[in-house]
Each structure stands twice: as C-alpha cells, then as structure tokens.
Design a protein around this ligand. Sequence first.
Ligand SMILES: [Ca+2]
Ligand SMILES: [Ca+2]
Ligand SMILES: [Ca+2]
Length: 170
Amino acid sequence: MSAFAFIPKAIVTLLGAASLAIFHSSCRTIEPDPEASGVVNQPTFALADLDGDGKISPREMAKFKHQEALAEFDLDDDKQISLEEWKVAKPSSPAGEESFRRLDRDSDGKVTEEEAVLSITEVPAFREGFSRMDRNGDGYLHWEEYAAGDGTSLNVTLFSDAPLPTPIER
Ligand SMILES: [Ca+2]
Ligand SMILES: [Ca+2]
Ligand SMILES: [Ca+2]
C-alpha cells in the first residue's frame, strides 16, 4: 500500500512544479510570440535598453545605433570619430569635411558619442519613426510597441546616407 501512496504524491509534486513553471512564464509579459518576427527583434530591444529599465528612450536608441556604427568606423577604438576616420567612412562624400564640422559641435576635432547622439535624435525621420512607434506617447518604446512597430526608420547613424540635420546654432 505504501508504494501506491507514493505514486500520487509524486504526481502531485510534478503537477505543482509544472503549474509553477506556467505561472512564471505567464508573468513575463515581454516574452515575444515565438511565431512573430519579435524573435528577431528581442535581442536588439534588450541591447538598445542600455540602462535596463525595460523601455527605450530616443537617446538610448540613438546611442545604441551609434555604438553599432562605432564598431565599424572607430578605427582607434577611442569611442570618438576623428576627421581621418570620417573620411575613411565616407570616402565619396563631397561635403565630408563640412558635415564633419557640423557634427563636431564643440570643434575639438572629434565627434564624441554625445555629439553623435544629439545629431541622431534630431534627424526628422528618426524622430517621426520613434513617435510613430511610441503608441502610448510616453516618450519611450516599450517591448510591445517595439515588437509591433516598424523599426527601420530608427536605423540612423552618422554614416547613414540620409542627410543629417543642421544643428541649431547656440
Ligand atoms: Ca532604458
Ligand atoms: Ca575614433
Ligand atoms: Ca567634439
């Protein structure tokens, strides 16, 4: 009899563990639908959320895109773009030096991450794309908004072919 008594107890334990697992997975509201394209986007969302608070600000998105570009164009790995690096990145741009000077707001000969972020967040297509995806209008992209939206307009870097805005003179 003791063997029969043991079996139901084991099943109850297993069921308990299973329902606990289901409970945990249902709590993870940012879990994407495996059938959706969100599977591709989820790692990007986590990486772009630089401070890890579960939402992406325009600055975080701009910084993330710039950091991706730095990996390719920052040849001396100082997180800044020099005029030499700029010319290597944009060899065919006739107005290369002029646009570099506009991006280098404090004219110290380097475009810092901060200067890049300022310029990227001022690009009209970036701003419009961001506010289009920001469905609840709180100024941040939450996972649901990010997964449901079209993020291609956010693919802006200093090295994009799209024209960068002329910084407002201060
Ligand atoms: Ca964040
Ligand atoms: Ca550099
Ligand atoms: Ca500078």
